[in-house]
Write a protein that binds this ligand. Sequence first.
Ligand SMILES: C[S@@+](CC[C@H](N)C(=O)[O-])C[C@H]1O[C@@H](n2cnc3c(N)ncnc32)[C@H](O)[C@@H]1O
Length: 213
Amino acid sequence: MPVTAHRPLARGLARALRISESWLFARELFHQPSAIGAIWPSSSRLATRMAARVPRHRDGLVVELGAGTGAVTQALLKDGIAPRRLVVIERSARFVRYLRLRFPGVRVLQGDAAHLTDLLPPGQPIDAIVSSLPLRSLPPKVAAAIVAQWWTLLPVGGTVIQYTYDLRARGLASLPGFLERASDIVWANLPPARVMALECHCSSPHLGATAGD
Ligand SMILES: C[S@@+](CC[C@H](N)C(=O)[O-])C[C@H]1O[C@@H](n2cnc3c(N)ncnc32)[C@H](O)[C@@H]1O
C-alpha cells in the first residue's frame, strides 16, 4: 500500500481513539463523579507542563497517580521519561485496561493511591510523584491518607506535581512538609488549571493534616 494511503487510515484511527477515550471518560465520570473530579481529560498542554516539572538526570521512579485515559502518561514518555522508571497507579479497572492497551511497555497497577506503599515495588527510590488525583473532591480522609503516603515514600528533596482547578491553590501551597517550587496556570485546559511543583521536606511527617488542593 502506498505511504499516502496510510495517512487517512492513521487519521481515522486517531479520531476513533479520541472518541472512544471521551466515551470512556464520560462513562467513568457518570459512575463515580467525585473520584474523577474533572469534566474532561487533561489537555496535552496541561500534561506537557506537568511532565516538564519532573526533575531531570535522575534514575529513581516517577509515580503517576490517577492516570485516567493517559494524557499525562503520554506526555511523560514523550518528554523522555524511560518506561522502566514509570509506574502508573489508577483505581478504575476500566481505565487500567485502557492504559495497559495504550502503553504496553509501562507498569500500570490497579489500586488506591491511599495505599501506595503496598502497591509499589519495594526498595526503589522515588524521584517524583505526578498526580492528577482530584484531592478536593475526594473525601477529606482519603485525601489526607494519600498525602500521608507522599510523606512516607518521598525522600527529602523529592517532588510532587499536582494540578488543581482552584486557580488560587491556597490549600496545596501550604501543605505541611512541602515547599512550593513552581506554580503556573495552564489556560488551555477545560477548565483552566494550576500546575504546582512541591518539594518534599518530609523528614518529620505531619500525619493527620488534611490536603485541600
Ligand atoms: C481528573 S481524573 C484524571 C484525568 C487524567 N489526567 C486524564 O487525562 O484522563 C482523576 C483520576 O484519578 C483516579 N483516582 C481517583 N481516586 C483515586 C485513588 N484513590 N487512587 C488511584 N486513582 C484514583 C480516577 O479514577 C481518575 O482516573
